[in-house]
Design a protein around this ligand. Structure first.
Ligand code: C2E
Ligand code: MG
Ligand code: MG
Ligand code: MG
Length: 283
């Protein structure tokens, strides 16, 4: 009988649990290889002014090429990177490479929109993070006002002195902050005034439910919009997939929109030609 015998502990895992562990282990190894061999890449999702539909920003999204081929994206590998502490290296890699691209994009097109970069909540416990960020930004000579960090609502822990300090250090550098996936956490709305944030990104599940028969969910987007206006926060709706959703968001005065209806995340060269004015046609 294996009971109580540490060496046979694996027997207590179900097949499914064992597979899950194996998968996590494989993903962790793939992420280490990606860091060593530079298999990470970035794609760019355009963000549009809700009324004029001009491109006003780009959300930077990471891909691990060796995992992408297996259909494994950041939704799956970022949590594993967080557990294994690889996320710190990945976040810095993303910031460094995004800054290099931002400089290139500005030189090629004069783009003055924001670069919105997702940052793991893990960084809010990492006192070294703001100084590292400053070093990277300075080394590229980028204006910090063009950078926004997106942090999921659930990671914003305000009662923790350390995370508050880190957030305000980032903001003091001139970087703006967005609460990502807003509405999925448990922020008391009255607390919003205390958040060192500039922007709310309405989680795409709410946009998806805009015309749902469930009135409470249907109304969420408008409630968040009103609230954000009250507190002077920019509102970005993510996950816009239909014309009807876009028109509703225009009607209620949402600021920015992004989603498959407007543009997929694009690789660098496609994004560049989307933003470049068509030189030969211009008069
Ligand atoms: P997020 O920041 O909420 O990013 C939006 C995700 O929703 C992206 O998936 C994007 O492709 C997808 N999306 C955007 N518009 C639509 C739409 O209209 N319909 C649908 N169905 N999906 C849409 P992606 O690239 O797989 O990223 C997933 C999550 O992984 C991100 O969620 C973010 O939390 C995290 N992530 C992505 N890149 C990075 C990164 O560089 N660093 C860190 N720390 N996290 C990242
Ligand atoms: Mg995001
Ligand atoms: Mg989001
Ligand atoms: Mg999301």
């Amino acid at each position: 009988q294996a009971k109580g015998n540490g060496r046979n502990r694996l027997e207590y895992f179900s097949d499914e649990q064992a597979r899950e562990l194996r998968d996590q282990d494989l993903i962790e190894r793939a992420l280490r290889v990606s860091l060593q061999q530079n298999y990470f890449s970035l794609v760019y999702m355009p963000m549009f002014d809700c009324q004029t539909l001009e491109i006003v920003g780009l959300e930077v999204l990471v891909r691990a090429e060796n995992l992408q081929r297996l259909g494994i994206g950041p939704d799956r590998f970022i949590p594993i990177a967080e557990k294994t502490n690889l996320i710190k290296e990945i976040d810095l890699w993303v910031i460094d490479n995004a800054m290099a691209r931002l400089v290139e994009l500005q030189a090629a097109t004069g783009f003055m929109g924001k670069f919105c970069i997702n940052i793991s909540g893990v960084e809010l416990c990492n006192e070294l993070f703001p100084a590292k960020v400053k070093e990277i930004i300075d080394s590229h000579g980028v204006d910090p006002c063009l950078i926004e960090f997106e942090i999921t609502e659930t990671a914003f822990v305000l009662d923790d002195i350390k995370s508050r300090t880190i957030l305000s250090e980032l903001r003091n550098l001139g970087i703006s902050l967005a609460l990502d996936d807003f509405g999925t956490g448990f922020t008391a709305f009255s607390q919003l005034i205390n958040y060192p944030a500039d922007c709310l990104k309405i989680d795409r599940s709410f946009v998806n439910d805009l015309f749902s028969v469930d009135v409470a969910r249907h109304k969420m987007v408008r409630i968040i919009e009103d609230l954000a206006e009250l507190y002077g926060l920019r509102v970005v709706a993510e996950g816009v997939e239909t014309k009807e959703q876009l028109e509703y968001l225009q009607e209620i005065g949402c600021d920015w929109v992004q989603g498959y209806y407007l543009s997929l995340p694009l690789p660098w060269h496609e994004m560049l030609s989307l933003i470049s004015p068509p030189a030969s046609v211009a008069k």
